[in-house]
Design a protein. Structure first.
Length: 432
């Protein structure tokens, strides 16, 4: 697939690096680009002269697709299609992102989220067609008519159905997260933009035991958390046990953020972000080798997204320090201090300072509490003692003639569960 990149900005120099990366991630060969700095043309997005230049470029390069880094309205897409050679497809950045998501979606949850996003993208376009048909009283224009009104209702019904199914999936995943907490696991989530190095960092943090967030494992989500220099290598979540000496920690890598995503697209992938929102600690990973203004903008957007629903502490991780010298790193630390007051600087690729990050994770996670339970000597007591050994740090176990005294440290949820199980052994059992 041969593609021409098109981008219009109100002023300044158009930056096409990200849209080129996205196009290549979707499997396109970028064979040219057309850019312009001016106000948007309501009919063509580009000015008429530049749109004609685009058509000539497409013809000269034998391109099959034009990819706009701008959001195109339905009328702009229609008008551009008429201007370009027959058979050339016109898509915008959001259609491209959905195309990538569709290619990477292997689990039922990911497939549903892609379908939901596609429907939310299509709905306003169908609504616009219906509105125009009624206003112009010309049902044949642009294929308008009763079909579009029927399609509008069909889309709304499908959106409702998918949201219900995603709610059921999320309920199941929330139960899994709570079981992990009840088993003594702290939950840490990796967040950040695509290509910040989250998957590489996950591999550095993890020990040899793999834990799958999704029931049906597939290459996109496999426990090796493969690291590649391309966008959206991970669509969905990959969870692994981290190598933190004094705690049982699970770290989850999620789909990366991307700039300029509309609300409807973020909302479609809300259930994927729940792995971030419901964590005990969030590691916000940024590529420190990028220009400081770009890092600042990404941190602002990430904070807006995370603080909307997240209550866990956020630690900023300045990744890829192997690409900058000490002076540049210090300068960027100072410039970003308001947004990242105490970041951890690492190189996930080289392993530099990963031990310091593990220590920070240990320090930021919720404190464990001490407990001492006096348990009656019953048939079920040893089962509870064994469970406490598995889910807590046991300091001492003393066996008497009629009871067992267990002293341990654990997460508050584990202590609560242990007390509840102890109370079931006999009414008199409890804390001493």
């Amino acid at each position: 697939m041969r593609a021409i990149i098109a981008k219009r900005v109100d002023s300044g120099t158009p930056d096409t690096e990200e849209i080129r990366d996205l196009a290549e991630a979707a499997g396109y060969e970028v064979v040219g680009e057309v850019t312009q700095a001016r106000k948007a043309d309501p009919a063509l997005q580009l000015g008429e002269g530049k749109a004609n230049e685009l058509a000539r470029t497409v013809e000269a390069t034998d391109a099959t697709t034009v990819i706009f880094d701008n959001r195109l309205g339905p009328y702009q897409t229609y008008n551009l299609g008429r201007l370009l050679p027959d058979g050339v497809e016109v898509i915008d950045r959001f259609t491209l992102i959905l195309e990538i998501f569709g290619q990477r979606a292997q689990t039922r949850k990911a497939q549903l989220q892609v379908e939901l996003a596609e429907l939310r993208y299509e709905l306003p376009r169908v609504e616009a067609k219906v509105s125009l048909a009624k206003r112009e009283e010309h049902p044949g224009f642009m294929g308008l008519g009763e079909y579009d009104e029927s399609r509008e209702q069909d889309i709304k019904s499908q959106i409702s159905r998918i949201k219900d199914e995603l709610d059921r999936i999320e309920h199941t995943e929330e139960q899994r997260r709570e079981r992990r907490r009840d088993s003594g696991f702290d939950l840490v989530a990796l967040a950040g933009y695509t290509n910040a190095g989250k998957s590489t960092l996950l591999r550095r943090l993890a020990d040899d035991l793999d834990v799958d967030e999704n029931e049906d494992l597939h290459p996109d989500l496999d426990a090796t958390a493969e690291s590649q220099d391309r966008l959206f290598t991970t669509l969905g979540t990959t969870t692994r046990r981290a190598d933190v000496d004094s705690r049982d920690v699970l770290v989850t890598d999620t789909v990366g953020f991307i700039s300029d995503l509309p609300h409807w697209l973020v909302e479609s992938f809300k259930s994927t972000l729940d792995s971030v929102y419901r964590a005990d600690l969030v590691l916000l990973v940024v590529d420190v080798s990028e220009p400081v203004d770009e890092i600042h903008e990404k941190l602002v957007t990430s904070h807006d997204t995370l603080y909307e629903r997240n209550e866990a502490p956020i630690v900023t991780v300045l990744n890829k320090i192997d690409r900058v010298d000490e002076a540049e790193l210090a300068e960027k630390r100072a410039a970003l201090s308001a947004l990242a007051p105490n970041p951890v600087a690492v190189s996930a690729k080289e392993g530099t300072n990963v031990d310091a990050l593990l220590d920070r994770i240990d320090a930021e996670l919720p404190d464990w509490e001490r407990e001492r339970l006096v348990l009656p000597m019953t048939d079920d007591t040893m089962s509870l003692v064994s469970w406490i050994h598995d889910n807590a740090r046991v300091e001492d176990v003393t066996y008497g003639d009629d009871d067992v005294v267990v002293s341990f440290e654990a997460r508050p949820s584990v202590i609560s569960r242990a007390r509840s199980r102890a109370s079931e052994l006999r009414p008199a059992a409890g804390s001493a």
